[in-house]
Ligand binder design. Structure first.
Ligand SMILES: Cc1cc2nc3c(=O)[nH]c(=O)nc-3n(C[C@H](O)[C@H](O)[C@H](O)COP(=O)(O)O)c2cc1C
Length: 207
């Protein structure tokens, strides 16, 4: 419980590099995540090149700038605050991009085994949803390992405004999607824990 509750999202980092051995320990934790059918449809791209980090940073800045043109004036300030939360990922010594296999282009399992005659409530998105769930479990394992090892990281989906450019830059294979960008390094700050809803508000007992 201590590990789970003490982990924080870290968004500012010391410039010190992270040894390869620690990066691999963190990814080793991710590797053990559960996945639907144990398909393990996740991989990890580790970006340490300052030039590549700068290109990713620029891609996100461009996407945010383009979006800003469409934001109504009364929401601009809020959007600036919001985007400020994911514009600085490239200041970390490294960024991990977990990717997951998207089955959108292929045949989903149910269509395959019924010859396409049957569908159920889960629909064709089931395979995609399972892969995204599995990579999310891997990310959670990773974040807990990060904290245990005295490092800091932040699960960021905000930069995915630039998903298409980022996929090109990182040479993400066809049928794979970036799940998040995770800046990783030694924490520059120790944020206070954001409040959580009380447990009683989260539970419905059907006795
Ligand atoms: C799916 C997901 C996406 C997130 N995206 C961002 C993001 O783009 N930028 C950011 O600064 N934090 C992001 N976060 C971190 C949350 O803001 C953070 O987990 C939450 O405020 C609780 O703080 P804590 O992680 O320190 O407990 C994201 C978290 C999750 C789970």
């Amino acid at each position: 419980m201590e590990l789970i509750s003490q982990r924080r999202s870290i968004r500012q980092f010391k410039p010190d590099p992270v040894p390869r051995q620690l990066i691999e320990q963190v990814l080793e934790a991710a590797r053990w995540a559960p996945s639907g059918g144990n398909r393990q449809g996740f991989r990890f791209i580790v970006v340490q090149s300052p030039a590549m980090l700068a290109r990713m940073d620029q891609a996100v800045a461009r996407a945010v700038e383009a979006l800003l043109q469409h934001v109504r004036p009364e929401f601009r300030e809020e959007f600036a605050r919001y985007s400020g939360n994911f514009m600085h990922f490239a200041q970390a010594p490294l960024v991990i991009a977990p990717i997951y296999r998207s089955y959108r282009e292929g045949t989903d399992f149910l269509t395959m085994i019924t010859g396409g005659t049957h569908s159920d409530d889960r629909g064709p998105l089931k395979a995609d949803a399972d892969s995204l769930a599995a990579v999310s479990a891997a990310i959670m394992n990773l974040l807990l390992a990060v904290h245990t090892l005295g490092l800091g990281a932040c699960w960021m989906t905000g930069p995915l405004f630039a998903r298409t450019s980022l996929s090109k830059l990182l040479e993400v294979p066809r049928s794979w999607e970036i799940a998040a960008l995770i800046p990783l390094g030694y924490a520059q700050h120790r944020p206070a824990a954001p409040e959580r809803r009380p447990l009683a508000r989260l539970i419905t007992y059907l006795d």
